[in-house]
Design a protein around this ligand. Sequence first.
Ligand code: COI
Length: 355
Amino acid sequence: MNKVTQDQIKVQKIGTSKIDQVDFNKLLFGKDFSDHMFECDYIDGKWQNPTIRPFGPLTLSPAAKVFHYGQAVFEGMKAYKDDNGKVFLFRPDENQKRINKSAVRMAIPEFPEALFFEALHKLIDLDRDWIKPGNGNSLYLRPFVMATQAGVSASPSDEYKFMILMSPAQAYYTGDVRVVIAEHYSRSSNGGVGAAKAAGNYGAQFYPTNLAREKGFQQVIWTDSDEHKYLEEAGTMNVFFRINDTLITAPISDRILDGVTRKSVIALAEKEGIPIEVRPVLVSEIVAAAKNGTLKEIFGAGTAAVISPVSAFGYKEDVYELPSTDGGYSTKFKKALMDIQYNRSEDTFGWRYEI
Ligand code: COI
């Protein structure tokens, strides 16, 4: 399945690679970027000048609407290298569809599918050396779109820039993930932009997440904004709960991101015959299950986070420690996903996409 049918992108290659300046054994997530980036502008009602050029600064008017109204959406994807040097993306069509869905919600014009795939192919191909083989190594891709028209009138921009940056990555979370259940702040609300990967959804979480950090938690599990009764998603990942042998996760709504890893875990569970319930998850049932010992696991699922087991959760004044998840569902799903991503297992779902 190679989706490149066009040759529209102009390529300006870097003179000298900066790859030797990067310590691939000590990567901080999202800090280093590969040699090239992709950009394309929306001007006069059409996407134009698609270009790959050396990673570097942009020149933008300080009045660009993105700075004033946060009109921006993004995606997160990863490229993996197998032991024979072949490079794969994982379900890139899902990200392509989702960035356009997010764009529509933020009154941003959709980006053409063919150009998206041509950009992925050319960009990844140029910077292939930045993808290291080995479990956990990847090149994190950050496609994003922002409003570039200069002007502070509060209305959608007439001009946009679509870009793709690439950053070598290892695990997003190292060590235990401790989460706290939101009781006051909210990530999203009915009719809002929670289902879109809108830049502001993430910025808005920073303050409550900082408060959580001060209390020893890495992430907040967001609850519904009306009553804080239902568990929805964490800041950088969807969330799964295991009570006895049943896996439970909240359904997608206009408050919850339709995560690619989330839907892959659901498909894997169904294939394995693991009982799975996609339904509203009450805070009270999870607290009760933690108290009576039937809550076996909580884990997050996301592109950056992969599968991240949660070791404890806080709710009101209490902290509930969870049993070790070694050998549990999270271990099983992480292995199954990574085996597909790194081309170590048969891809019965057709999720691998070779570059
Ligand atoms: C991703 O998993 O790609 C995300 O969106 C998380 C990111 C905000 C670090």
